[in-house]
Unconditional design. Structure first.
Length: 236
C-alpha cells in the first residue's frame, strides 16, 4: 500500500528503524557487547511511547537479521534470551498503550520457545488499535521476496496474473502501509536487506549516534526532518 500525492504526509504512517550500534556503543565504554544489547532493549519502550504520542500507526524495528546468525553463538544466545524476556515483560505494557504486536519474520523458522511467546503476545494484543509494533527478527527482505514469489508459483498463478498487489499480499507485511520514513542509527548509510519492497518511496534519515543513545528527542528530530521534505512520489 503506497501513499499518494495529496495525502497528509507531515506525520508518517509507517516508520521503520534499523537499530544499529549496540556492540560499538558497549565497546566504546569498555563493556562487553551484551551490555550494549541490554541498553538497546531499554530504548525500545521510549521510542514506542513517542511514536504513539505522535500518531504514528505502524512502527517497525529491525532487531535481528538473517545474517546475524553468523555472530558468535554466545552473543546470539543472549540476544534470543533478551527477546524472550522482552516479550513476556511487555504483554501488559503493550495493552496499556493500545499497541498491537506483530512479529515480522517467518515464525516457523524460529525456536519453538520463541514461537510460543510470540503467539501469546500477538493474541493478547490482537484487539489493540492505537499503533502496530512490528518487530523484525530473523528477517531478510530478499528471503521475504523469494517466499512471496514461491507462493505465487505454488498457487498456480500465470505470469500475467502477477502484479504489485499480488506480491504485496504475500509479504510478511501484507496489509501494512509502505514505509514512509526509514531511520538508521550509528551513522551507517545502508539499509541492510530491510524492507526493500516496502521502502520504494521511503524517506531516509541517518542518525549519527548508536541505538542506545537514540532517545525520544533524536526521534523527534527525525520526524521533524521528515515533515520538512517535499514528497512527490515520482511526480514533478
Amino acid at each position: 500500500m503506497t501513499r499518494k500525492a495529496g495525502d497528509d504526509v507531515r506525520t508518517p504512517h509507517h516508520v521503520a528503524i534499523i537499530m544499529d550500534g549496540n556492540g560499538r556503543w558497549a565497546a566504546g565504554r569498555g563493556l562487553p557487547r551484551i551490555k550494549g544489547h541490554k541498553a538497546g532493549t531499554a530504548v525500545i519502550e521510549e521510542i514506542i511511547d513517542t511514536a504513539v504520542k505522535m500518531g504514528i500507526k505502524h512502527l517497525s524495528l529491525y532487531a535481528f537479521s538473517t545474517e546475524n546468525w553468523r555472530r558468535p553463538e554466545p552473543e546470539v544466545s543472549v540476544i534470543m534470551s533478551l527477546l524472550r524476556f522482552y516479550l513476556r515483560l511487555h504483554i501488559s505494557r503493550f495493552c496499556n498503550k493500545g499497541v498491537r504486536f506483530h512479529f515480522l519474520c517467518d515464525l516457523e523458522a524460529m525456536p519453538e520457545s520463541i514461537q510460543r511467546d510470540v503467539i501469546e503476545v500477538e493474541t493478547a494484543t490482537a484487539k489493540e488499535s492505537e499503533m502496530v509494533f512490528h518487530l523484525a527478527v530473523n528477517y531478510g527482505s530478499r528471503a521475504e521476496l523469494v517466499k512471496a514469489v514461491q507462493s505465487c508459483i505454488k498457487d498456480g498463478l500465470k505470469p500475467e496474473a502477477i502484479d504489485e498487489s499480488t506480491i504485496s499480499s504475500r509479504l510478511w507485511t501484507a496489509g501494512v502501509p509502505d514505509v514512509d520514513l526509514l531511520i538508521r542509527t550509528s551513522g551507517e548509510l545502508r539499509i541492510s536487506n530491510f524492507l526493500l519492497w516496502q521502502c520504494a518511496y521511503a524517506e531516509f534519515y541517518f542518525a549519527d549516534c548508536h541505538w542506545p543513545d537514540f532517545n525520544q528527542n533524536r526521534f523527534r528530530d527525525a520526524l521533524e526532518a521528515f515533515a520538512s521534505r517535499d514528497r512527490r512520489f515520482g511526480g514533478i
